[in-house]
Design a protein around this ligand. Structure first.
Ligand code: FE2
Length: 575
């Protein structure tokens, strides 16, 4: 029985296809549409899932949607009705949009089930964690009406213990500071987190003035400081908020001064303080050993580290895609767990686009006669080259976990700057993430277990941090991923780098340019490679060196990219 999960129309739309309790395929729409954080109804991802499975719409037994549009619109009416008179037809259109799009695409006979937003988040984590009893904390900007859900899971049943209602929202509190410091809301929160490492939480008490209460399961903002709850699209904060932080005027052109970093560190510290309160509350109520974290706030790997280090729970689990995109998995998983259908626990996140036959045009530039490709790549890494890896299926989630990755030598002192100059063009303060073999992890980190999803940061052993400066945050931690033999290419490459060149750690960053979605197809990879200064592309076994490609070809790639970008039209889909 095929079941399709859909998360859409807010941000990061996605689709996920299950068969008899097993996740087969999943993708975010942005990977196909090439529009970062695309919120459109995910036709391309749905089509991908069906084509990969070799089925048609008629083979789908049920669609599960990740949130209840009725409850969501009810909340919006409650919020906005005193401010503007929303035309009835506009509300109706909004209310019916998800269902209308689903019925239009699949036909009116299709069976549709709707799962609550936060239960979809929780079930995504539970599905990845396994059918094991667990406490749950879900925190994001907003679901239908609530912004935080505390509960527990056992034997197919999710039970709510407490929840916090919007506009009192930890996610929106964090996003308000994201906005205040000149970043994009619902997009750049991870950049604010990166900035936090360079500051001291000097303004923690000032921030706490904007919060009425955060004890135990409670969380209440002082709404005089916030206006994100008023009208969508407006500023997130009021003049009173600006007055409170008047000594820290927002940065101009992302020119961050120490006070901005201190403010970032302060909101990070406040977030951790609030999360720890909820987690202590959950421990008290559940006495569970296990805690699953999900919702957009669970992408905050610094907070996740603090939660793990608190040792309040023995096991902290965060799925590889804890935000709304992951809810296309979560909403289906909820129904499977509830209906006691045997599920197969996923052991990876490679559910997206697979590589397909390469265009002969790429092969024209292949470096020939390399007997030992791993040895060749290791040598090039040792020499300081930047290498793009494209292999197998895309990762489902915001982290490149080795199949769509740019890698480089982490032991080279200036590698962060080199990568930023050659490829990423991102904020210079942001460190890159390290990958290393699981069996070597305790030589650099104070842990000795496998870390597959890059959802937490870990302390780097102090004496070793100086060896890999490009991947160590200012606070001495790194957002680690470990590689085992299941990822044969990267495992063998790490082995070679260590044994032959004494490089135990590589930088791993996503294969994309700044503010673009991660590459999906071989063509995306090839064009991205040509549009920047990556030295070598490993394209499913084919090695292409930039030095062998002529200027004409590079200009041609740039033209193709421009044409592709022009094709991106919000209204181009029909169904
Ligand atoms: Fe959410």
């Amino acid at each position: 029985m095929y079941i399709l999960g859909i998360s859409a129309l807010y941000h990061n739309s996605s689709a996920a296809l299950f068969k008899d309790g097993e996740l087969l395929y999943a993708s975010e729409e942005e990977r196909f549409s090439r529009v970062k954080f695309d919120s459109i109804f995910p036709v391309k991802s749905i089509r991908f899932c069906l084509e990969e499975a070799g089925i048609t719409k008629k083979d789908i037994s049920k669609i599960v949607y990740y949130e209840d549009p009725y409850l969501k619109v009810e909340r919006q009416i409650e919020m906005y009705q005193d401010i503007i008179k929303i035309p009835f037809m506009s509300l109706k259109a909004k209310l019916l949009a998800p269902e209308a799009k689903i019925y239009d695409y699949f036909g009116s006979q299709i069976k549709l089930e709707i799962v609550n937003h936060h239960l979809s988040h929780a079930a995504n984590a539970q599905f990845y964690f396994g059918d094991i009893e667990s406490a749950h904390l879900v925190a994001d900007a907003v679901g239908e009406k609530s912004s935080m859900w505390m509960g527990k899971y056992k034997n197919g049943k999710f039970e709510q213990i407490s929840e916090v209602h919007f506009p009192h929202s930890l996610g929106m509190l964090y996003s308000t500071f994201t906005d205040f410091l000149g970043f994009r809301v619902n997009a750049d929160e991870y950049k604010l987190m990166g900035l936090a490492a360079y500051g001291k939480p000097k303004y923690q008490d000032l921030i706490l003035k904007t919060i009425k209460t955060y004890e135990k399961d409670k969380f209440e903002l002082n709404l005089e400081y916030f206006c994100f709850q008023n009208l969508p699209g407006n500023s997130n904060y009021t003049p009173m908020f600006s007055e409170l932080f008047k000594d820290i005027p927002p940065p101009i052109d992302k020119n961050f001064k120490q006070e901005h970093m201190d403010l970032a560190a302060s909101i990070q510290a406040v977030t951790e303080l609030i999360l720890l309160e909820k987690i202590k509350f959950l421990k008290d109520k559940t006495q569970s050993k296990n805690l699953c974290l999900s919702g957009g706030v669970a992408l905050n790997c610094l907070a996740n580290m603090k939660i793990e280090n608190s040792k309040i729970f023995n096991n902290i689990f965060i799925p590889p895609n804890p935000g709304d995109a992951g809810s296309s998995i979560g909403c289906v998983a909820y129904t499977l767990l509830r209906d006691r259908i045997k599920t197969i626990k996923p052991l990876h996140s490679f559910y997206g686009q697979k590589s397909h036959s390469l265009d002969p045009a790429y092969l024209e530039y292949e470096t020939q006669n390399i007997e030992d490709k791993i040895g060749f790549l290791a040598k090039k890494i040792h020499e300081g080259n930047v290498i793009a890896i494209y292999q197998g299926r895309s990762e489902f989630g915001p982290r490149a976990l080795g199949n769509r990755s740019i890698i480089a030598n982490a032991t080279i002192k200036d590698m962060k700057d080199i990568l930023n100059k050659k490829v990423k063009q991102r904020e210079s303060y942001r460190p890159f993430a390290p990958i290393m073999r699981t069996e070597n992890v305790n030589s650099y980190f104070e842990i000795d277990h496998h870390v597959p999803y890059m959802t937490k940061t870990y302390k780097v052993i102090e004496t070793m941090a100086k060896n890999v400066p490009s991947v160590v945050h200012e606070d001495g931690t790194a957002r680690l991923q470990t590689i085992n033999s299941e990822n044969r290419l990267l495992y063998n490459l790490l082995t070679k780098c260590k044994e032959q060149f004494d490089i135990p750690i590589l930088i791993n960053t996503s294969f994309n340019l700044s503010d673009e979605p991660i590459v999906n197809t071989p063509l995306d990879a090839y064009i991205c490679f040509l549009r920047c200064d990556i030295d070598i592309l490993y394209l499913d076994g084919v090695i292409i060196e930039k030095k062998n490609i002529n200027k004409y070809q590079i200009n041609n790639a740039k033209r193709i990219f421009k044409d592709k970008t022009r094709e991106l039209d919000r209204n181009s889909y029909t169904f």
